[in-house]
Design a binder for this molecule. Structure first.
Ligand code: NIG
Ligand code: FE
Length: 415
C-alpha cells in the first residue's frame, strides 16, 4: 500500500529508535511535510518526502494507492490503561456525583466498583464480549491502535476468570493489539471489610495461580490508595505477581499520597497510573526508575478531582504517558483525541508533548516500544489518516469532533 501527498507525516523516527521521550525531549516531534508512506504486509516499509518517491518504489507498490492531499498521518494512539470490559453503565452514580457525593462516599456504601462486580456475577460471557467488541470498534474509529484492558470487576475467582477469558477472546477477534492485566485488587468486597488481608490471600493463593496457569494476564494491578489497598497489600501482590513473571501496572496516588508510587517503583512496575497526588519525593523516586508515570486525564476531569502536576513532572525530567482509563465509573470514554485535548487544556502540555504521551510513551507502558508508538521502518502499520486539517495543533484544539478519516491496522484499511 502507498499513501502519497501526505501534508504532514507526524511522529517519524529514524534508527536508533527511542523507547520513550522524557523531560524536554517530550517537545520533539519529527514531521515530514508533503510525504509518502509505504506499507508491506503489516509493517511500515518506507517513508520520506514526496520528491524521494522513486518510480521503482511506486512500481513495487502494486497494491492500494491512497491520495492524502491536505491530510495528515499519525501513528495510532496507544491506550495503556482501560477497564473496557464491564457489564453495565453507571449513570445513576453520575447523577449522585452531580448532586455532591464523592467517589469515595459512593464506594463506601457499596456503589462504584462493587456495583459493577454485582452485575458481573450474572452477566454472560457472550454479552460481555459483544459489548466490549462494540467499544473496541468505537475506539478504533477514534484512532486507537493498541489497548490495555484490566479485569477487576469480578472480585471473585470465577468472575475474575470470566473477565480475563473475555479479554483473551478479544485478543483473538480484534485487529487491535491488546494486553491484559489482572486487577483482582480493585476493591475490597463487602464481606472482607475489616479483614482485607484475607482477600489479599485469596488473590495471591487462589486467583493468581489460576490466572497464570491459563495464561490470562500480561500484567498485574493493585488499586493502592486510601480506602482501598495498603502499601503492605500491594507489596504482597506485586511480589507474588513477579513470581509468575507478571510486572505491575498499578493504580496509585489518585486519592492521597498513598505510597503507591514508591512501592510500584520498588517492584519495578512497568507503570504507575493516576498520580494526582505526586510531590517532590514521588518525583525523585520516579526519576531513578524504569517505571512510566501515566496520567489519566479523563478520570480527574469526570470526577472533578485535582489534576496531577504534569508540568512539574516533565520539567523535572520525567517522561509522562497518558491513557483514557475507559471505565463505567470514573471515565466513560475511550476517545484518545479527547485525552489529547485534555492534556493541552487541563495540564498545559504542548501538542507535541501530548502526542508523545499518547503514542511513544504509552507504548512503553505496554512494552510495545519496538512495535508501535511512532512511524518507523519495521514497526507495525497501525496508523490513521486525518480529515483535511490545517495543522498538528488543530488535533487537540478542535476538541470533541472526530478528526480521523481512515484507520489502518496491521497494514489494512479498517474503516
Ligand atoms: O481507574 N481508580 C480505580 N479504578 C477505576 C475506576 C473504576 C470504577 O469506578 O469502576 C479508575 O478510575
Ligand atoms: Fe483505572
Amino acid at each position: 500500500m502507498l499513501i502519497e501527498n501526505i501534508s504532514q507525516l507526524a511522529q517519524v523516527e529514524y534508527a536508533p529508535l527511542k523507547k520513550l521521550r522524557k523531560g524536554v525531549e517530550m517537545l520533539h516531534l519529527n514531521v515530514i511535510k508533503n510525504a509518502f508512506l509505504c506499507i508491506e504486509d503489516d509493517k511500515i516499509a518506507a517513508f520520506g518526502p514526496m520528491n524521494e518517491l522513486s518510480d521503482e518504489l511506486i512500481y513495487a507498490q502494486a497494491g492500494e494507492r491512497i491520495d492524502a492531499t491536505g491530510k495528515m498521518v499519525f501513528p495510532s494512539f496507544v491506550d495503556s490503561h482501560t477497564h473496557l470490559v464491564y457489564p453495565a453503565s453507571r449513570e445513576a452514580e453520575y447523577i449522585d456525583k452531580i448532586k455532591g457525593l464523592s467517589y469515595e462516599e459512593i464506594a463506601k456504601r457499596g456503589g462504584g466498583i462493587l456495583n459493577s462486580a454485582r452485575k458481573m456475577e450474572i452477566v454472560s460471557e457472550e454479552e460481555l464480549l459483544k459489548d466490549a467488541l462494540n467499544r473496541l470498534d468505537e475506539i478504533i474509529s477514534f484512532g486507537t491502535g493498541a489497548v490495555e484492558i484490566k479485569s477487576g470487576y469480578g472480585l471473585t475467582l470465577e468472575s475474575e476468570l470470566k473477565m480475563l477469558r473475555v479479554i483473551k477472546k478479544l485478543k483473538e477477534l480484534s485487529p487491535l493489539t491488546i494486553k491484559s492485566t489482572f486487577l483482582g485488587a480493585h476493591a475490597i468486597p463487602l464481606e472482607y471489610r475489616g479483614k482485607q488481608e484475607r482477600y489479599v490471600d485469596l488473590i495471591i493463593h487462589e486467583m493468581l495461580p489460576r490466572v497464570a496457569e491459563e495464561q490470562l494476564a500480561d500484567y498485574i494491578d493493585v488499586f493502592c490508595d486510601t480506602g482501598f489497598f495498603t502499601v503492605k497489600d500491594t507489596e504482597r501482590i506485586l511480589e507474588a505477581g513477579l513470581k509468575y513473571g507478571l510486572r505491575g501496572k498499578i493504580h496509585a496516588n489518585e486519592l492521597d499520597y498513598s505510597g503507591g508510587i514508591q512501592v510500584g517503583v520498588k517492584y519495578n512496575a512497568l507503570s504507575v497510573d493516576h498520580l494526582e497526588f505526586t510531590g517532590d519525593e514521588e518525583i525523585e523516586t520516579l526519576l531513578d526508575s524504569e517505571t512510566m508515570p501515566t496520567i489519566l486525564p479523563g478520570a480527574a476531569f469526570f470526577l472533578g478531582m485535582r489534576y496531577a502536576p504534569v508540568r512539574k513532572m516533565i520539567d523535572a525530567g520525567l517522561p509522562v504517558a497518558m491513557a483514557s482509563d475507559f471505565n463505567p465509573g470514573s471515565s466513560p470514554s475511550g476517545n484518545m483525541q479527547l485525552i489529547l485535548s485534555m492534556a493541552c487544556i487541563l495540564y498545559k502540555m504542548l501538542p507535541e508533548e501530548a502526542i508523545n504521551a499518547t503514542t511513544l510513551n504509552s507504548a512503553y507502558a505496554m512494552e510495545l516500544s519496538e512495535k508501535m508508538g511512532s512511524i518507523a521502518i519495521g514497526k507495525k502499520a497501525n496508523l490513521f489518516i486525518t480529515k483535511e486539517i490545517p495543522s498538528i495543533a488543530f488535533l487537540p484544539y478542535y476538541y470533541g469532533s472526530n478528526k480521523v478519516e481512515t484507520v489502518i491496522l496491521n497494514g489494512k484499511v479498517i474503516s
